[in-house]
Each structure stands twice: as C-alpha cells, then as structure tokens.
Design a binder for this molecule. Structure first.
Ligand code: PEP
Ligand code: MG
Length: 749
C-alpha cells in the first residue's frame, strides 16, 4: 500500500472519530460521515443504506444524491447492485455500473449520471446491517486500497449503529436491539415460558474503534496475544486428561500462534484501527465465513477462532465474563451452545434455554429435558440479537422465540401459558389415579430417566416406576469416565429414591453408547454408518471391561434389594445370552468377595432391531421381559435415520406397516407370557400412546412430563373401539391410521 493512502485512511478514521465524539444528533452525524468519506475518497457520492426490516434496505443518508430521496428510496434484498452487496455480503466494484448484471437505477436519487460504483457490506459479527456506497461520474475502478478504506469506514459505521450512535432526532433510525423479533428454531424440549435474557457469554462492547498511535496499539495487541498464549498454555497443561478439551485447546494454540491471523490484525491497526477494533474485524470475517462453510470440522475450528477472539477482546477491553450484570429473577439462558456440565451448574433456576446451535440429541438437550426446562435449539442469530435483560418468550412446542415481544404477542402467549397451566392442574388432579380406559383396560405408565435431576419426577409425575434408566447419561455428562465408586453412589440414590416413592421399580439399562451417544473421553471410531455400527451391547461384549465395572456397581448399589437390568440393542439371542452370562459371572464374583447380592434379579432386553422380533419362541421364553425401543426400531424398520432432519419425520409411527409389526411382537410375547413394554419417545405422545395401548401395549415408559397428558387421554378413550377404528382403516388400505384415529377422537369430543 502506498504510504500516502495509508495516511489518508488513518486521516479519514481520525476525522470520523472526531465526528463520533461530537454531540450531533443521529441524522446530522450520519450526514457528516457521508460528507467526510466522499471528500476523503475523492468521490462525488457517498451513501449509506441500512436494513429497515429483514428484506428491505433504505437510503438513510447521502452526500451527492438527491436529499429528498433520503428515507424514501428503498430496495429489496438482492435488488440492484446495493441489494446484491447486501445479499452476497461481498464487495461490488465496477467502473461501469449501468452495464452490470442486475443494475437498477432509482430515478428519485438522480444517480443516473454516475458511472463507477463501489459498494461494501456493513457487517458486525457476521451479520449484514446495510451497505455503504461511493460513486463517481468518471469511469474508473476503485483501487484495492480504496476498497479497504471504505471497508474500514463500514466497520466503524457498524459499530456505531450497534452503539445506537445514529438514533436521535429522527424516527427513521431506530436503535438496534429494540425491535420485537421472532426467531424460528427447533424444539429441544417442549413447554412455554417467559422471562428475561441472561447471556451465557455476554458480548464485549468495543467503544474506541479508532486510534492515532498505531505503535501503541501494536504493542497493546502484542501484549494481549502474549497473555492469551500464556493462558492457553496453562489451560493445556491442566487439561491433560480430557481429550476433547485438549483438542480444542490445541486448536486455540494453533490460532494464537498463527502468523496470518496476527498479521491481518496488525495491518488493520496500521491503517488506523484500535487493537480491539482490529480483533473484532477478524472475528467478524470468521463469523461471515462460518455461515458459509458446510464442513463440520471447519465450522468447529472457526468457532474456536471466534472464542479466541472473544478472549482477546476481554483482555484488551478489561471486560471480564462477569460484566457486573446480575442475573434476572426469571432467567432465560441464551447461548451459542452449552455443555451439559455448565447447564447442570445453572440448574433449575433457569426458566428456559435458547441456543443458536445444538441438536435434539445433544447432551445439553438431554439435561434440559431432565430438568423439564423448555429449550429451543438452532435459533438463528439469537446471540447477536439478544441483550442481557431483554424480555423474551420461548415456545418450546413450536421451536419459536419472541424477543422483546409487542403487546399482542405477549397477550396471546400468556393465554397459551395459562392454558398449559390449567392442563397441568388437571394432570395433577389425576396424578394418584391409575390409567384405566373407558373400556376398563389398565395401562401402566412409567417414566424414562437417566440423571439424578430426574428423580423428583418419580413423586410428582405419577409414574409407577422407571421403565428405562439410561445409564449412559451419567457417562455422557462427565468429561471423564466415572469410577465404580461414583457409579455405586449414583445408582444407590436412584434405588433409594424409588424406594422412598413407595417402592417403585427401576429398570436399569446397561451402557448404550455409540451411534449418536459418543463419550467425549473415548477414542472416536471412524465408522461410515454409526447407527448401524459398533454400539451398545456390541461394545459391551467386545470390550467387557466397562460393562463388568457397571454391573458390579449396580449389584453393589442394590445392597441386597431386588434389581432389574436390561440390555440395549440386542439383535440376536446369542448376544442376550452372552450378556446374561456376564451378569451371572458378576454375581459369582461379588459373592466370592463377600458382598451381598440382590435377593432377586430380573434380566430383560430392549427390542430395537427387527431381527429380534423374529427370534425363536425359545428366546421369548428365556428372557424375563422385553421393552420395545421404538426410536431405534422405527429407524431400522423404515431405514430412516432418527438423527437426520430430512428423513426423521417422513414415516408416521401410525403407519399401518409399523403398527402391524408392533402388533406381531405383542402377539409373540403374549403367546410366551413374556412381559412387554414400549419405551421410545412415541409412548409420550398422547395420540400415539392410545394407539399403542389399543394394539395391546399395556406398559408404556415416557419422559415424565408426558405422563399427565397420556394418562388423561387414556382415561377418556375406549381402547376397544379405537382398535376397531385402527383395523377398519387398515382394511380400507390407508397408509397411516392417523386420519381415522383423529376423526374418531374428534367425533368423541
Ligand atoms: C429407543 O431406541 O427407543 C430407546 C428408548 O433408546 P434410546 O432412545 O436411548 O436409543
Ligand atoms: Mg435405542
């Protein structure tokens, strides 16, 4: 870059800073910046277009175009060259604008006399806020230094917009983060809730963007990077046992030592930015790239870079994680993502959770479910949109978030919350009653659990026991393998809680890892198709060490009381036999060691693969009980990955083929007198649950919050009549019985 240009851009930034410091009202300030920029860049026109709403850009100030067009000229995203810059987030630099693809001139602005056009996006942390444009009559392309200078002005404008520097005398420019916003994400845990935002990682606000002593800024940056490097090294030294953390920290170290990263920031400083503005510029670029890369690994690394920039910003600005803000009384946690441990630390004080990322199967979602906290995942831009203390309404049922809602939304939403509260009261009133249908069938309702946080639900959900205790959750929420002693303590607490709740039974399922449940501290296996891979009982039998430790812990925790165990993912009889033999061996060892063993031990299996449904009669005679894991069974039955959003909901559980298949399992178990239950997610959906009950599945296990709604519907349903409806629909050749069932239920009122 020629020296002259460098000092020009620094001079421009200096003048900008003076304007920022003046006490001018919003519009006047913006006008002045347009004037300054046009003047410094030797262009006749400089204009700023900001988003009015998600799709509309508005000319908000100009030097050179007709003043009457300000706040009048609007264009849609993608429309004209300005719209193209906004949509693509990329610079458009052309000597001959009218001959450019997509060019459209706005007659009211008088821009037809200008030939060259340079438009740059105004972005903050990856989000496009508007477009900054310079135009000249003379046909010429702008040099890369000029493009750079305009980009820096755009960045300063983005920061000033964020800080509300243009809000003032005119209603046309409203402050950011004040508008009602609705964000659509996905359901992580059902339920509706209202409260105030609590940011897990509060944003660092950069107020001094421009600096006129680059030497000093370079020194500040160097010191901060050194400090960062030392802290990462210290973290690395302390994280020797945690493979995942190590990997992340190694990536941090890589960036902290990266020459390219540092060089780009140094260049920005030499052009007039402060050290923190230079860091934020890099961070913004990383965020913009993040939204464009599809590769998971690369995205994660860009996230690491983003985190690292945050750390650096904190060092430079002195703003710690603790910003001095106090947590509201009704906190709704807002985060990009969060680990299960951190979420457990917040615990039940949270009213709701909104994550920008996350997935239904993530560990955070598991914890949110156990704590029965409504959770919305994949809420786009929530961490950039929300400010600490903002009013927020979370609809976990629909996966929708209303940030700073207006009065109509508030009223409608509160009505919904009130209706749900009424329903909860209704469920509470039948909590102690058995689920008996109108035709007199008694259906047993159990709960699924896996964390100690689930235990209070044993009392307050009306569950008759724990139909599925997912023991892997205890392994998943830790960052290292739990010891046998730790496991004994956990299992003992579960058994004792069930005893205290009136001697309710608990079915412990042995470790079900692999596929979507990857332990952070175990070496990942690189499998092309993990759902069909080395998982659950396959791992347990091939590497029996962990299973033996777990069985021993379960036996010890029972302290002589009855114990019920079940194996996950058994695909053939032999696997059950081999696993059962491990139990017998463990009992023998415990006896030899002089420990008491359970007075009675029942051992059953999950039925999650179609193959097991066709095992011989002898198998069904040998197992003490069977529990259908509908989540896995359905994915294998329809060959539709339960984790894949594209196909997950494609096949209805009430599809005639699947129901007929389940009915065959019911018949086989009834022929051999084998107790049978169903513990997949569908058991907790009221319509699905009554259909399962109608075809003969009289024991259902579900998440605790579903027991009330399911029981309430069973008590109002004639299951025999419903069975006839199902059979008729099947006879008629319907693909799914859902339509017929819904119509019957509506007719029943
Ligand atoms: C199932 O597959 O239905 C089940 C209950 O097990 P998980 O969801 O833990 O795989
Ligand atoms: Mg399963």
């Amino acid at each position: 870059m020629p020296d002259g240009t460098e000092s020009e851009s620094r001079k421009l930034l200096g003048r900008l800073r003076d304007t920022m410091a003046e006490d001018a009202a919003g519009q006047a300030r913006l006008d002045k910046i347009m004037h300054l920029t046009a003047d410094s860049m030797g262009s006749e026109v400089c204009s700023i277009y900001l988003f009015r709403d998600e799709d509309t850009l508005e000319l908000c100030a100009t030097e050179g175009l007709k003043k009457e067009a300000v706040h009048q000229t609007r264009m849609r995203m993608g429309e004209g060259l300005v719209g193209r810059v906004a949509r693509s987030g990329k610079v458009v630099n052309t000597a001959d604008a009218p001959s450019e693809r997509g060019f459209r001139y706005m007659p009211e602005t008088g821009e037809e006399i200008y030939s060259s056009f340079l438009g740059v996006p105004i972005q903050r942390l990856g989000e496009t806020l508007g477009v900054l444009v310079v135009q000249t009559k003379q046909k010429r392309e702008f040099t890369s230094d000029e493009v750079y200078a305009l980009e820096v002005v755009a960045m300063v404008l983005a920061e000033m917009t964020e800080l509300g520097a243009f809000v003032g005398d005119t209603a046309a420019l409203s402050a950011r983060h004040t508008q009602p916003t609705m964000l659509r994400g996905g359901t992580g845990q059902e339920g509706t809730t209202e409260g105030h935002v609590w940011l897990h990682e509060p944003r660092v606000m950069v107020t001094n963007l421009v600096a006129d002593d680059p030497e000093r800024e370079l020194e500040r940056l160097a010191t901060a990077i050194e400090q960062l490097r030392v802290s990462v090294d210290e973290l690395l030294a302390g994280a020797v046992e945690d493979a995942e953390q190590l990997e992340v920290l190694e990536a941090y170290r890589m960036f902290a030592n990266s020459k390219g990263w540092r060089r780009r920031m140094e260049e920005d400083i030499s052009r007039g930015l402060s050290a923190e503005a230079a860091v934020e510029k890099e961070q913004s670029a990383a965020r913009a790239r993040m939204s464009q890369v599809a590769d998971n690994y690369l995205r994660e690394r860009l996230h690491d870079l983003d985190d690292l920039s945050n750390r650096l910003l904190r060092i430079l600005t002195g703003q710690g994680k603790d910003t001095g803000a106090s947590m509201p009384a009704d906190p709704i946690l807002v985060a990009r993502n969060i680990g299960p441990g951190e979420l457990l630390d917040y615990g039940r004080q949270l009213r709701g959770i909104v994550l920008e990322e996350g997935s239904v199967g993530s560990h955070a979602a598991v914890v949110a479910r156990a704590l029965a906290i409504p959770l919305v995942i994949n809420a786009p831009r929530i961490t950039t949109e929300a400010l600490n203390g903002d009013h927020i309404m979370v609809d976990g049922d629909q996966g929708v978030v209303h940030l700073r809602p207006d009065d109509t939304v508030v009223t409608a939403f509160r009505d919904k919350i009130a209706m749900q509260a009424e329903a909860q009261e209704r469920y509470a009133s039948i909590r102690q009653k058995p689920a008996v249908s109108l035709c007199g069938k008694r259906i047993s309702l159990y709960m699924n659990a896996g964390l100690l946080a689930d235990l209070p639900s044993l009392e307050n959900s009306g569950a008759e026991g724990v139909g599925l205790f997912r023991t892997e959750l205890q392994f998943l929420v830790r960052n290292k393998m739990p010891s046998r002693t730790e496991l004994v303590a956990v299992y003992k607490r579960v058994i004792e809680a069930a005893e205290a709740a009136g001697g309710k039974p608990v079915i412990f399922r042995t470790l079900d890892i692999g596929s979507d449940k990857v332990l952070p501290y175990m070496k990942p296996t690189d499998e092309p198709n993990p759902a069909l891979g080395w998982r659950a009982i396959r791992v347990g039998l091939d590497r029996p060490g962990v299973m033996r430790m777990q069985l021993q812990a379960l036996l010890r925790a029972s302290e002589g009381r009855p114990l019920t165990l079940m194996f996950p993912f058994v695909a053939q009889w032999e696997e059950f036999r081999a696993a059962r033999a491990e139990v017998d061996k463990a009992i023998a060892t415990e006896r030899k060691l002089g420990h008491v063993v359970p007075e009675k031990i029942s051992v059953g299996t999950m039925l999650e693969t179609p193959s097991l449904a066709y095992a011989s009669n002898k198998f069904f005679e040998e197992v003490e009980f069977v529990s259908i894991g509908g989540n896995d069974l359905k994915q294998f039955f329809f060959a539709a990955d339960r984790e894949n959003e594209r196909v997950r909901r494609r096949y209805d559980t009430l599809n005639v083929s699947f129901l007929t298949f389940l009915e065959q399992i019911v018949q086989r178990c009834s022929a051999t007198g084998t107790p049978l239950s169903f513990c997949g997610e569908d058991a907790g959906r009221p319509i699905e649950a009554i259909c399962l009950a109608a075809i003969g599945l009289h024991r259902l296990s579900m998440r605790p919050a579903s027991i009330g709604p399911v029981k309430s519907l069973i008590m109002r349903t004639d299951l025999d009549a419903l069975y006839d409806v199902i059979c008729d629909a099947r006879e008629r050749g319907e693909q799914s019985v859902r339509g017929a069932v819904m119509e019957y239920m509506r007719w029943q009122g």
